[in-house]
Write a protein that binds this ligand. Structure first.
Ligand code: FUL
Length: 633
């Protein structure tokens, strides 16, 4: 017996040595740096969901209510949250996040901690609860439910005192225990800075602990996470370089946040996993206004946002503000469906599906890590190289010659974000050489590259720089329509989009030499005047109008200074002035420098208008005006 066993034992012994040698490099790659939690990963896979800004502002036509509005203005007579949920579902969205409480402090549920709520409104005789209706509708349609609660509260009497923090925590508890599963808690960083109003030292630890106590899996959004981060603008454009890591130590949401550029790009060696979320509105403002029914973003604009958000390692939170009736307006829902069709049409056919792939390096030369894994639909199978490899390429031979203009690539982020630079080339058969199609820096969860339509059978993806061995799980190649002009053509209205009254005959009469400021009344939003000091500007409309309000278009570039606080007066003769707005603020103009429509309390007959700037968004004297207009309709 023993004699016969000996060789087998030896064989096993040597096999053991051989196996341990050959497997020394084929353990799965170790995680690189910080990695997403299970909730963050699930959140990232959602990609696209709806923001719903809804509240008194919907009825008062302002972007920031001051908390003094009569709660009775809130009366969405035909509120139908099932219609919101159905719209979101049909649009391909995964969730809805609602402004449960915006800066005016108005609660969309009958909070026991406030007297500024749906209970005090006319809606359903004070018996309604928007959060109940929406959370139920989300469950019915298989959508997740999220809540925006603004710590800044211009209504609550305790705001600005230490007592407010516990009050806000109680308010959070009410929302987070009353409506089932909450996937995301959205915290706004605004803190009354523009209004020079009461300020509050927020107890962020208390707020976060409250969220985690009741919804341990919730992803907390703010400028600095901890769950996900604002990516620095409200235009829908994430950084081309976008790390999901961020340094958050010693930073706070709002004024204490990292610089905008850091929010856009993240930190390559950041200490926490805080991926970007891109929030942008389908209309110019965040709240519904009948004045923007014809300004819903076009399919072309939405597709562009898709590439600059989801295509740049960021989730997309698209705001679709419900109307005064309490329904999503047909203009918005129609556009959402067109946008869905445009995406489906763009990405229905992955031209790489049956390609053969050849990598310069495959981890342990094992099938478990082969490049072919990039083509299956199993999220957890991936291509990886050996440790110590920081550059590698994959040659992709398509089944046949194809024409294409988009490339998709995904990193397997459960093991961290690694790639810092990559390139895609196509083999030019006649010239017998590789030609560059597109280059990028970071990849992250998902990256989409756009390049001119190209025809080829062979491509090469090169990871040029990776912080640890590259680990990718998906690639795709598409031939998408270059333009959606046909879809948009039907929606473009032939009318002057900016002015009720043409400024053709107007003149700037003050300061002297008003010619310098002609560009603020030239009906061209692309030209503007840089005003070097906080001086009044007077415009002669040359004839009298019944003015309901005025419009101000700053430069759309949010890094350039705009008027933030101002007085606005009107006059019949240019001598006697009536102040229509005093010490007023263009709400949210710093983050979202779109056209501002300001309505007066009552219409006033006048021929002259005067804007008197008091403070700019950047704090200095200089500001930009692209256009000033009047509202008469
Ligand atoms: C901003 C707010 O001030 C806006 O009103 C809006 O809610 C936007 C999403 O966040 O900071």
């Amino acid at each position: 017996m023993n004699n016969r066993l000996l060789p087998v034992g030896l064989l096993l012994f040597f096999t053991g040595i051989w196996l341990s040698c050959s497997t020394s490099n084929v353990e799965p790659p170790a995680a690189y740096g910080v990695t997403p939690t299970a909730s963050q990963l699930e959140w990232q896979k959602m990609e696209y969901y709806m923001f719903a800004h809804f509240g008194p502002n919907t009825f008062t036509d302002v972007e920031w209510g001051d908390g003094k509005e009569d709660p009775k203005v809130f009366n969405p007579a035909a509120l139908d949250c099932r219609q919101w949920a159905k719209t979101a579902k049909d649009a391909g969205m995964e969730a809805i996040i609602i402004t449960a409480k915006h800066h005016d402090g108005f609660c969309l549920w009958p909070s026991q901690y406030s007297t500024h709520t749906v209970r005090e409104s006319l809606w359903k005789e004070g018996k309604g609860d928007v959060l109940r209706e929406l959370s139920d509708a989300c469950k019915e349609y298989g959508l997740k439910f999220g809540v925006y609660l603004s710590p800044w509260d211009q209504n609550h009497p305790s705001y600005g005192t230490p007592a407010y923090n516990q009050l806000f925590a109680n308010t959070l508890t009410e929302v987070l225990t009353g409506y089932g599963y909450v996937f995301e808690q959205w915290f706004d960083g605004a803190n009354g800075d523009a209004h020079k109003g009461k300020r509050q030292e927020y107890d962020w630890d208390l707020f976060h602990n409250t969220v985690y106590a009741h919804q341990p899996h919730a992803v907390i959004f703010s400028d600095v996470g901890p769950g996900c981060r604002w990516m620095g603008n409200e235009k829908g454009v994430a950084g081309e370089t976008n790390w999901s890591r961020l340094n958050i130590e010693h930073f706070e949401p709002g004024l204490g946040a990292p610089p905008i550029d850091t929010l856009r790009k993240g930190n390559v060696y950041g200490e926490a996993w805080v991926p970007a979320e891109t929030d942008v509105s389908i209309r110019p403002g965040w709240f519904y206004s009948p004045r923007t029914d014809d300004k819903v973003k076009t399919v072309t604009q939405l597709m562009d946002i898709y590439y600059t958000s989801i295509g740049r390692n960021s989730n997309l939170l698209l705001n679709v503000p419900p109307s005064r009736e309490g329904r999503i307006h047909p203009a918005d829902s129609a556009r959402l469906m067109e946008f869905k069709r445009a995406r489906d049409k763009s990405f229905e056919n992955n031209l790489m599906q049956e390609a053969s792939l050849q990598a310069t390096n495959t981890r342990g030369n094992l099938p478990a890590y082969t490049a072919t894994n990039l083509l299956n639909s199993d999220y957890d199978s991936y291509w990886a190289t050996n440790d110590g490899v920081s550059s590698a390429s994959i040659e992709i031979t398509l089944k046949q010659t194809e024409t294409f203009n988009r490339f998709l690539v995904q990193e397997y982020i459960p093991l961290g974000q690694r790639v810092a630079r990559f390139a895609l080339e196509a083999w030019d058969e006649p010239a017998a050489q590789w030609t560059m199609l597109a280059q990028g820096t970071t990849i992250g969860y998902k990256r989409l590259l756009r390049f001119p339509r190209t025809t080829a059978q062979k491509l090469r993806l090169t990871i040029q720089e990776s912080l640890a061995c590259p680990v990718l799980n998906t690639i795709g190649l598409y031939n998408t329509p270059e333009s959606f002009d046909a879809e948009d053509a039907a929606n473009v209205k032939e009318k002057n989009p900016f002015f009720d009254v043409s400024p053709d005959k107007w003149a700037v009469t003050y300061p002297d030499g008003g010619d310098l400021f002609k560009r603020i009344i030239d009906a061209d939003i692309n030209t503007g005047s840089i005003v070097p000091q906080l001086i009044k500007i007077i415009i002669d409309l040359k004839e009298s109008h019944l003015l309901k309000g005025f419009t101000y278009i700053p430069s759309y570039n949010s890094t350039e200074p705009a008027i933030m606080r101002y007085n606005f007066s009107v006059s019949k003769d240019g001598k006697q002035w009536t102040q229509a707005k005093k010490n007023a603020v263009f709400s949210n103009i710093k983050n979202n420098p779109v056209r501002q429509d300001v309505l007066f309390d009552a219409p006033i007959e006048a021929r002259y208008i005067m804007i008197d700037p008091l403070e700019t968004t950047l704090g200095g004297q200089e500001f930009i005006i692209a256009e000033i207009g009047v509202i008469t309709k």
